[in-house]
Design a binder for this molecule. Structure first.
Ligand SMILES: NC(=O)c1ccc[n+]([C@@H]2O[C@H](COP(=O)([O-])OP(=O)(O)OC[C@H]3O[C@@H](n4cnc5c(N)ncnc54)[C@H](OP(=O)(O)O)[C@@H]3O)[C@@H](O)[C@H]2O)c1
Length: 240
């Protein structure tokens, strides 16, 4: 098993379906995790859903902090809080994002998905890269999507935003090369979780990767052992 027990991680999108699996995977390995949650009402629900692995609300391994990942000053403040608590930021997982379909000429949709799927990751990364660079160590993992690889009918805004996230990953990875930091992306296909099952009742969910399978790839890319992988975009296309 990867040793992530001495690491401090920041996660966006922790209140989502994939976020729950990633957070749980970290906590069971002893990782210290700070979740940036934009909706205060969801903080308590998140904590209580993790009570079996994170213990009491003052468990020192879990910080649930109210911060919008797209808000630079909120993310700077979150990073300061993490540094005060744990003295380091080793890992950032950018999970925040949405899927919405609509015509390619819908400028409002294009802007919304750009803000949700790209700016959240860039802003959170800017805040976390400062202490990572100072220490000469870091792992950033961005969650793009298999839909980044090709546009399609009513899919422009999503495909553009997730594709832009991959290009940003490659560029940022090139900029931090040689500094002990890696920046990678994962590209899951439809993930097998209750919302997707409800929305696609005719599909066979056994063909979809489970949240745990996606989390395992994210955790590997967040580990010290993944040092040879930088600027990659790894498809996660099926349950095996
Ligand atoms: N589900 C899939 O089949 C699938 C496939 C490929 C890729 N992905 C990607 O995987 C990631 C997680 O997906 P999921 O299935 O866990 O989605 P989800 O259950 O809908 O959760 C989305 C998460 O992102 C946060 N978020 C959304 N828009 C945001 C914004 N503008 N600013 C800040 N936070 C925002 C949500 O926060 P709130 O709770 O505050 O809304 C929530 O924590 C997303 O990036 C998604 O695009 C998902």
């Amino acid at each position: 098993m990867l040793d992530l027990s001495s690491c401090a991680a920041v996660i966006t999108g922790a209140t989502g379906n994939l976020g729950a699996a990633v957070l749980r995977a970290y906590l069971t390995r002893g990782t210290h995790v700070a979740a940036a949650v934009r909706d205060a009402a969801k903080s308590e629900a998140l904590r209580s859903s993790l009570s079996d692995v994170a213990g009491s609300s003052d468990d020192p391994r879990l910080l649930v902090i109210e911060a919008d990942p797209a808000d630079a000053s909120a993310m700077e403040a979150l990073v300061e809080q993490v540094l005060r608590a744990w003295g380091r930021v080793d890992i950032l997982n950018n999970l925040a994002g949405i899927f919405k379909g609509g015509p390619s000429l819908d400028t409002r949709l294009v802007r919304e998905l750009w803000e949700s799927n790209v700016l959240t990751a860039v802003t959170a990364s800017a805040a976390c890269l400062r202490p990572m660079r100072a220490r000469g160590y870091g792992r950033i993992v961005n969650v793009s999507a298999i839909g980044a690889q090709k546009g399609g009918r009513n899919n422009a805004a999503y495909a553009m935003s997730k594709s832009a996230l991959v290009r940003w990953t490659e560029s940022c990875a090139a900029e931090v090369k040689g500094e002990g930091i890696t920046v990678n992306a994962v590209l899951p296909t439809t993930i097998d979780h209750p919302v997707n099952r409800a929305q696609m009742p005719k599909a066979d969910p056994k063909l979809w990767p489970s949240p745990d399978e996606v989390a395992n790839v994210i955790l590997f890319l967040s580990s010290r052992e993944s040092s040879g992988v930088n600027g990659a975009a790894i498809p996660i296309v099926a349950r095996t």
